[in-house]
Design a protein around this ligand. Structure first.
Ligand code: IPE
Ligand code: IPE
Ligand code: MG
Length: 232
């Protein structure tokens, strides 16, 4: 029996972790584990729209994930390419605007162009802003922003608001709630600037097993918290 959710955070971020452990547990390849993770992402995206959550930002591939085997990386890019089409359909059906954060210019030309095309095609939608972090690292994002500022050469000093606008996340509200599945208690370089005052939720549930009920549990836990931003 699911929880009854009447209030929701405006901006949710998720670190999709545990596909590998799910594969091991079910005696399937890591590739199939990642595939199960992609399928679950579609379910959670639809539920996000249904709940009227305005921003969903997910961590799909980090700048550190290049340390994985070539086989696994190739598999992840294959899935990314495959799911771009499926996400496109879901986005149009649900009036979702899709964005990418991270250094996607490093992708192969055809994948990079599909990403830009998908952003263009869905930018008119505003029911939900769904951002996919691919080749994303918080430190890398900050350093790229600083280099942009240096290159522009117009500023001698900068404030927090202006700096936030230089980041990949300029169109995304800072997360109210950040969920990490799979029991790891760290941010692994995700949204390190943006999560300064985010409420964190960690669960042992593996990402492919993170059901709608589990999602509701996380939101319910968030709703019980009293948010503070340093004031009294
Ligand atoms: C998360 O699952 C997906 C990516 C990092 C691409 P993992 O592959 O990290 O799964 P575990 O941590 O090995 O279980
Ligand atoms: C974080 O998960 C990155 C993504 C989910 C895309 P990892 O599995 O790569 O993180 P660590 O290595 O456990 O910190
Ligand atoms: Mg992991």
């Amino acid at each position: 029996m699911g929880l009854n959710i009447d209030t929701v955070p405006e901006s949710v971020a998720i670190i999709l972790d545990g596909n590998g452990r799910y594969a091991k547990k079910n005696n399937i390849t890591r590739y199939m584990g990642h595939k199960a993770g992609c399928d679950n992402l579609e379910t959670i995206l639809e539920e996000t729209v249904r709940l009227n959550i305005k921003y969903l930002t997910v961590y799909a591939f980090s700048t550190e994930n290049w340390k994985r085997s070539e086989e696994e990386i190739n598999g992840l890019f294959k899935l990314f390419d495959l799911y771009l089409n499926r996400i496109r359909k879901k986005a149009i059906e649900n009036e979702v605007s899709v964005k990418f954060i991270g250094d996607i210019e490093k992708f192969k030309k055809n994948i990079y162009e599909s990403c830009i095309q998908l952003e263009e095609e869905t930018k008119k939608f505003d029911k939900c802003i769904f951002s996919i972090a691919f080749n994303y690292g918080g430190r890398d994002e900050i350093v790229r922003a600083i280099n942009r500022i240096i290159k522009d050469g117009n500023s001698t000093s900068i404030d927090e608001n202006t700096f936030s606008k230089m980041l990949d996340t300029k169109d995304i509200k800072d997360p109210d709630l950040l969920i990490r599945t799979s029991g790891e208690l760290r941010l692994s370089n995700f949204l390190i600037w943006q999560s300064a005052y985010t409420e964190l939720y960690f669960t042992d549930v593996l990402w492919p097993e993170f059901t709608i009920d589990e999602y509701h549990k996380a939101i319910d836990d968030y709703n019980k918290r009293s948010r503070r931003f340093g004031g009294r």
